[in-house]
Write a new protein. Structure first.
Length: 998
């Protein structure tokens, strides 16, 4: 395509971008050529110049005039060499890893399950503050960036200890490499044009590339008109001795693709630059942050003393943000001239915001580097040892975050293609000059990834060496365990992808339910998926790393776990197991919480004390998960509270911390009934770090009332803003009789017209309040919470039931302070029925003894004195599921005990009237006493027994002169779980959810 420029002065062609026009034989060429545009130049412009390049730098957008500079005469051989060689790795200039689209196409895969080890990025992933930086940049998107990037350069200069004027930012290090070559050529052209001496032939400067080396060094030099010569470290000084002035050396430090670093770096480079001040030394430190600091440091501090030293740094590899395109160069000799070679605003607002944050916190950066270097050191050593055992593969470790492999097998398909068949992409090294080649030798470069991903790479390498090309091949991993590749890997190549177990079996797949908030419905949704997937034939188990709840259950071996996990276990058809909830926090008095570890009371802690024990809790929880996951095919995890509690993220092992450990795909549940669910979805997703986003799969709307069509395009808008779909809208399920740890105290009816009214004091530390759930099955009962004597009096209740308490003494004091204690005693004195369960049972006695101060400083305090009993707290906790009987009528009971105290009748001489045993365990232990219309028991779940519950209610009916009613069977947990599962399954995209775990 041609065009005719205006017949005016050359300044008429000025633009906001640099243009180099080559005038020769009546035609000019924009070099490097912009596509296929070859504009013609009027004959009046040709003059006598036949081989001269004019650079136009007039940029009105920037508000400054850039001088017109003639360029160096292009060497004819350089012109011939300037065309870049075709590369199998890319369609652009130098071959480069990370072309995910092309790699997926080559692998023939539609799904994005590729483990990309072709690009050398930090295995830690992007920093946690990436989203915050992007948000900051987004707020600035309505204005142009500062063309000088002055604030950014000042922040960088402070961090680096350099002069701000010497720092030049570019759209990635590659842009700066090409700009540097152009600037060196422009400087030479200016010198030639300014010379007053008669034109004499002068030797053309050469550019030396230590090879094998990054192909862009050669391309940038050739594009600027230089002849490029290959050399090595041994011969470099001799080359420089013979080279014309203004020659240049291009050196990767560490080098790409072999990770080599010059000995005694950077001092050895300083000696060279000092010895050869007439030459340029361009150091590409893209990978220097991956080198152990004690082995080598950066050459940046030398730049101020050596104006012929230029250092280029990439910011996208260490920070793992290649999509941002961000790099900088430091050149004390001619930074301003280098800026002239760049277009206006090389950094967009988000890249600039990211860079500001990256330079703002030296301590955090040093911590990230230390963590990165430690990980690379461990993995490099493990990989070296493992690959040494694979025949015909030679491992070259280097000092950066990648290693070079030579394959001498000559096998077809070759190594790179074979790995790609296993969804592992590596960097072919065909276009690296200087690698030793032979008929059978092939080179690939592989990034060091996470331990799990390195295991997956090793499995694919082993399959290749063994001659197996099927995707499901397995091998011994670096850790000595069996590791599967391909279909067994996590979709998206998340850093925590499926790990193997020491039993030789693949560890369970994992799906996690998190919530925007407490009471979003996580526990029930988790139970629903447990039942749904169990019904579909999965061997499934539940897991919650840490639960804070006063609603607990007891295992068959007398250990304690959260009630929700016991329900979820039932949904899986399993008995409860403490590994399903290894850490249980039970809030007590103002002294803090009781920590239950693997089912046993372990400590009492304030929040600050608990955080000091974080590592113990985390390690225990993860070990429990690993053990459970080794025995089941699928684990359904439940989060706690909200994963968006950003202040807790550093210590999180319950939400995204658990998901990362388990490689679990995550669904986020939101309660639409309380409002603001879509804002919660969008806001919560915005707090996820990049490695967390790789696990995140979508949203579930919960507790919806009405027609889903009323939601309009809210689902589409949520997906548009977050990039993740809404995978379901679960309706509010009426009268669901399933224990839920976050449920309200009262689930039964509060109909004031009900013939039987039960009053329940709202204890401040109520526990195991599911004891009251069974009354929801009865047609003649209403249960009312009361917290004042007036409410109790107005209710005219038939009975008062005092529930369990995690802090009996404190709640007993609250009853006194509120006036309810006196009201309850008056109610009993008038013949009213008063019942106490567990802690409530202890309150009914005359005395509570706490010699060790387990709950309070009161070593002995008075109870309500409605039963002639004394309770004494002991260190040991009773935890036992049991069967028992209501002795009057021999009615069967079942439930469990969770209590510290032991209760006994007072001696006959102390009691005004003896207490009669009311509840007896099958082994003969008395679990409750009664006297008159008052009774109590340690048995949680006592009202779950249908016959007893109806007998109790009919007794209250008889006192009103009402006829007894027949037994109403509670539908039972199993049937309710089926009802829950049916509702959830019918209202979510099960096909999409199944794809997450299959």
């Amino acid at each position: 395509m041609t065009s005719t420029p205006p017949a005016a002065s050359p300044t008429a062609l000025s633009s906001s971008t640099t243009r180099a026009w080559r005038i020769s034989a009546g035609q000019t060429r924009c070099y490097p050529p912009p596509g296929s545009v070859w504009p013609l130049i009027p004959s009046s412009w040709k003059a006598a110049t036949t081989s001269m390049v004019l650079f136009y730098y007039l940029s009105p957008d920037c508000g400054r005039r850039r001088p017109t500079e003639p360029a160096m005469t292009l060497d004819p051989q350089a012109k011939a060499d300037a065309q870049p060689a075709a590369s199998p790795n890319s369609t652009g200039h130098a071959g480069h890893g990370g072309n995910r689209r092309a790699l997926l196409a080559a692998a023939g895969r539609a799904s994005d399950d590729l483990l990309d080890a072709s690009a050398n990025l930090n295995p830690l992933g992007p920093p946690a503050w990436l989203d915050a930086a992007c948000t900051e940049g987004r707020r600035l998107a309505d204005r142009y960036p500062d063309p000088e990037y002055l604030e950014l350069r000042q922040i960088a200069a402070k961090y680096l200890g350099l002069d701000a004027g010497t720092i030049v930012f570019g759209n990635g290090a590659d842009e700066l490499l090409f700009a540097l070559a152009r600037r060196l050529a422009a400087r030479l052209a200016i010198q030639q044009a300014a010379s007053t001496q008669p034109p004499t032939p002068a030797p053309t400067p050469r550019h030396f590339v230590l090879e094998p080396g990054y192909a862009s060094y050669r391309e940038a030099s050739q594009a600027a008109g230089y002849t490029v010569e290959s050399t090595n470290w041994t011969n470099l000084q001799e080359c420089l001795n013979q080279a014309p002035n203004d020659s240049a050396v291009w050196l990767g430090t560490p080098n790409n693709p072999d990770g080599w670093l010059p000995p005694e770096y950077p001092a050895s480079i300083a000696r060279l630059a000092t010895r050869f001040p007439q030459h340029w030394f361009i150091l590409d430190e893209a990978f220097i942050d991956f080198v152990e600091p004690q082995l080598a440091g950066s050459a940046l501090p030398l730049c101020g003393h050596l104006p012929n030293l230029i250092v280029v740094r990439s910011m996208t590899k260490f920070w793992c943000v290649p999509g941002l395109r961000l790099g900088y160069a430091v050149w004390y000799g001619d930074a301003d001239g280098l800026r002239l070679q760049l277009p206006n605003w090389p950094l967009n607002c988000m890249a600039e915001a990211f860079a500001r944050r990256a330079f703002a916190d030296p301590t955090a950066n040093q911590g990230r580097q230390a963590e990165t270097v430690a990980l690379l050191g461990r993995e490099r050593a493990r990989l070296s040892q493992a690959i040494a055992a694979l025949p015909q593969l030679k491992f070259l470790p280097g000092m950066a975050n990648f290693y070079l492999l030579r394959d001498d097998s000559g096998r077809k398909p070759d190594l790179a293609n074979s790995l790609l068949a296993h969804s592992v992409a590596v960097r072919r090294c065909d276009n690296f000059h200087g690698l030793e080649t032979s008929a059978n030798a092939a080179w690939v470069r592989i990034a060091i990834r996470t331990p799990t991903e390195n295991d997956r790479i090793l499995a694919a390498l082993t399959a290749y060496v063994s001659g197996h090309t099927d995707q499901a091949a397995s091998s011994t991993s670096l850790t000595g365990e069996t590791s599967l590749t391909g279909a067994a890997s996590l979709s998206g190549g998340a850093s925590g992808s499926s790990r193997a177990t020491g039993t030789g079996q693949q560890r369970a797949k994992a799906l996690m339910i998190q919530g925007c908030s407490s009471n979003a419905g996580k526990s029930l949704i988790t139970a629903a998926f447990c039942r749904i997937l169990r019904n579909r034939g999965w061997d499934v188990a539940p897991y919650k790393a840490q639960n804070m709840s006063l609603n607990s259950a007891v295992t068959a071996d007398g250990l304690e776990l959260g009630r929700a996990q016991a329900v979820q276990a039932a949904a899986c058809g399993l008995p409860p197991d403490v590994r399903m909830n290894p850490v249980l926090l039970k809030p007590e008095s103002d002294r803090g919480s009781q920590v239950v570890l693997l089912g046993k009371a372990w400590a009492r802690c304030q929040a600050a004390e608990y955080y000091e024990l974080h590592h113990t809790m985390r390690d225990t929880a993860r070990a429990a998960y690993d053990s459970l996951a080794a025995e089941h095919r699928l684990i359904i995890l439940e989060g706690a509270g909200s994963p968006a509690e950003i202040n807790l993220k550093p210590r999180d092992f319950v939400n995204m911390g658990a998901a990362l450990h388990a490689a679990a795909r995550v669904l986020l549940v939101g309660d639409i009934d309380r409002g603001g669910v879509f804002a919660s979805f969008i806001g919560t997703a915005s707090t996820f770090a990049p490695e967390e986003l790789r696990l995140f799969a979508g949203f579930l709307v919960n507790k919806f009332r009405g027609d889903p069509l009323l939601l309009g395009n809210a689902f589409a808008m949520t997906a548009d803003r977050t990039g993740f779909p809404v995978l379901g809208c679960v309706p509010m399920i009426a009268n669901l009789n399933i224990p839920d740890e976050d449920e309200p105290l009262i689930k039964a009816s509060r109909d004031p017209a009900a013939p039987i009214k039960l009053a329940v004091p709202m204890l401040r530390r109520v526990s195991n309040f599911t004891d009251l759930d069974a009354f929801a099955a009865e047609p003649d009962v209403a249960v009312f919470p009361v917290d004042t004597p007036d409410k109790l009096a107005r209710l005219q209740a038939d009975a008062i039931i005092i529930p369990g308490s995690k802090s009996t003494v404190a709640d007993l004091q609250w009853l006194r302070d509120s006036g309810l204690a006196a009201a309850i005693r008056d109610f009993a004195a008038r013949g009213g029925a008063v019942v106490g369960i567990c802690g409530g049972y202890q309150m009914l006695g005359r005395t509570i003894i706490d010699r060790e101060g387990r709950e309070s400083d009161c070593h002995e305090c008075a109870g309500l004195d409605l039963l002639p009993l004394v309770t004494e707290f002991h260190p040991d906790k009773t935890l036992v599921p049991c069967r028992a009987s209501w002795l009057e009528g021999d009615l069967p009971l079942h439930g469990y005990e969770i209590h510290h105290g032991q209760t006994r009748p007072l001696a006959d001489s102390q009691a005004t009237a003896a207490a009669v045993p009311a509840v007896r365990r099958d082994d003969g232990t008395i679990l409750g006493y009664r006297r008159g219309t008052c009774w109590g028991s340690y048995l949680h779940g006592i009202f779950d027994a249908d016959e007893f519950r109806r007998a109790f209610l009919n007794g209250l009916r008889a006192r009103q002169g009402l006829e007894p009613l027949p037994v109403h069977r509670n539908p039972g947990l199993d049937l309710e779980l089926d009802r829950l599962a049916e509702s959830v399954e019918a209202n979510v995209d099960m096909a999409a959810i199944l794809r997450l775990i299959e």
